[in-house]
Design a protein around this ligand. Sequence first.
Ligand code: 26W
Length: 843
Amino acid sequence: MAKQVEQVCVVKGWQEGPVIDESTLKDDLTRHFYYTLGRDKVGESQLYLYHALALTIRDRLVARCRETNKKIKQQKSRKTSYLSLEFLMGRALGNAVLNLDLEDQVSSALQEYCTKIETIEDAEHDAGLGNGGLGRLAACFLDSCASLALPVIGYGIRYEYGMFNQSMSDGNQIEQPDNWLREGHPWELSAPEHSKRIKFGGYVNSYTDKQGREHRQWVSSHDVLAVPYDVPIPGYKNNIVNTLRLWKSEATDEFNLTEFNAGSYSEAVAQKNLAEQITMVLYPNDSSENGKELRLRQQYFLSSASIQDIVDQWVNDHGESFTDFADYHVFQLNDTHPSIAVAELMRVLVDDYELDWDDAWQITTKTMAYTNHTLLPEALEKWSVSLFSKLLPRILEIVFEINARFLADVAQHWPGDVDKQRELSLIEEGGEPQIRMAYLAIVGSYSVNGVAALHTELLKAGLFKEFYALWPNKFNNKTNGVTPRRWLAHCNPTLSELISEKIGSDWVRDFAQINQLRRFYDDTSFQTQWQDAKVINKQRLVDLVKERCGVEFDVSMMFDVQVKRIHEYKRQLLNILHVIHLYDRIRRGDTQGLVPRCVLLGGKAAPGYYMAKKIIKLINNVADVINKDPLASSYLRVAFLPNYNVTAMEVICPATDLSEQVSTAGKEASGTGNMKFMMNGALTIGTLDGANIEIRDAVGADNFFLFGAEAHQIDDIKSRYNPAHLIEQNSDLANVMHLLESGHFNLFEPCLFDDVINAIKSPHDPWLVAHDFESYVSAQKQVDKAYADQAYWTQMSILNTAASGIFSSDRTISQYSDDIWHLTPLNTSDTDSTTATSKATKS
Ligand code: 26W
């Protein structure tokens, strides 16, 4: 391949970027408003003002991004590429203003337009390019990488339609397309000059080169263009701006031409649609893989474009020698979704640059690292060999070759054990042979990590046991974290100000410092201020719930919240059974010790997930009955918040008293919502699952409401599970089941909840709802007792925030960097010395 020669001509005066002082920000805002956007009245809509402000800030980001890229080049930095099918970014404006330290300048500039940042922010659509935990984690990681000055580039897909918008019709979920780009996306910059060609279809040829070596060649493919759109990722007050590169699919010119020249204009346009379909929509499944061809196209499209991008840059800078490639590059695979990158890097090295297989494999297995995010068997990706052979014929050959060589290693390790080879094969045999993507990821990577201590242990002992026996050193844990910038500093300004008054504001950069709050947990005047902040935040949520659900919450009641994707293993059902139990107590007049509660649930169900949708309907029906009952209103109010997303969570977590983390033990890989609530001073009621375990360890068992079966007990409990007996034995549960079965919540909709009722009563219920009910109710009683003593509760709340230091994604990312990536932070001394740190919380 010919080396690309880059012509560089720097326009004078633009190297440093715009100088940032108040008057230029004001001027820039005005210039963008009047000239870039061509407006002259603010009018009723704040949309143009939002766009003008975003462009003003983007100018400042672009300048710093250029500087950051220059540094990466100058310092010859080793770099990580974070490959993810999902980046759940939410809004960008408030975060950029915070990280660039522009709050005062922006608010003063906006005064001229008689408005404030909070109003303008509402004009921004969430970038909802993710389903839930995995996608939001990727977004938190990008913030931390930039804040720690680490050279990390995110690679993802620029979906035209993100996560669907959820609305309610008679308590049922309705999905609507999320046309988030309709009003424009001012943060991105397209770079069509860096477009890549992605191959699909065709077949594979052999040819022999001049030296007599045989090569394979992928030919007659139907190529699609990947066009990059770059989104700037600002670090916190350190002048670093990294890049998130999102690929959009487009038809190639000749693709259209062939058809067009053949006189088939409409076929040409249809082909164009086919190409553009690839990045049209995010798949809204967060747990069960569905084997759709378009999804495989997305995965290969992202992997191939990103690998080519990195390799092209390498060849541009170093020529075609790949000897040192692995010293400078890491690809972190966010679950198996981009794991086809293993085979793609092999293809590029072997086919395009003619490396020997062994050399290419050395390089690949030194650059790939894989993170697993789920233990659920139904979420483990498999692709049929026949689909692969049709869509990616050359990639299939490479997977077969990887497998053949790997199985030879297996045979060495377990001589004569044919079963072992079948078990570990990348190809699952059967009527329709399948490629096991997790196995491809493990075999092709030098690091395999889980996302919480328990999760990693379960991977080693269960799902990936044999691989652990083969390569114990590949396996490591990286407990998740969340960015304290978005999830405390930005979303909870009232509490943040109070914290900064006490311990200074350096915690935003170095979140380990939050433990200094411990000193004030028994300071009564501080407690009062802490409570006052909570009331202010609760009022914001009261307004949101009123507007979106028409339900009246009351700040004087306890706010008990569960928001996350709806899934049986997350057990929203257990929560609602408790709500029904409280209602039953109220109806029976058994209100002794009952603390008034507002219970909020929210989350999206995968469109094809029948049970999850039933659970949403049940929550809504129960809420309806309770909220209409005057007897209940002083004790209990219930709401289901439609369209739960990142922006909603920014209002929800600061207002929450009680965080519900009630998954069946061993099922939730980590959870990250649990961390956001903890940072904002909520107490957790939870099982020993995922990161809950580490949360409890950090804050102390006295400040956590524990219940439920433990992971190691589950198999035994299942073997003798008898929910009918449990219902009979426990009158609280019997009453709840009676209310459900009598149709109390579906008076005019007979049989509506039969499947839910049967699931609870089934001896095969994998989620053990009936089993954990009793201990859940008793933990909830402890919650009531604790909440009734407000001083005590507030102490625990302060201690939770104070102990949340290790759940900063800065800690997580510095562990990734130290143990897996081995990156050196970029030099920020010539710019700013306040780069985020996580030294104190590393271990
Ligand atoms: C193939 C369809 C599909 C799509 C997404 C399967 C699985 C997924 C994700 C792995 C689901 C996910 O988001 N997992 C969550 O990842 C978080 C970040 O590590 C964890 O905190 C959650 O516990 C885990 O459920």
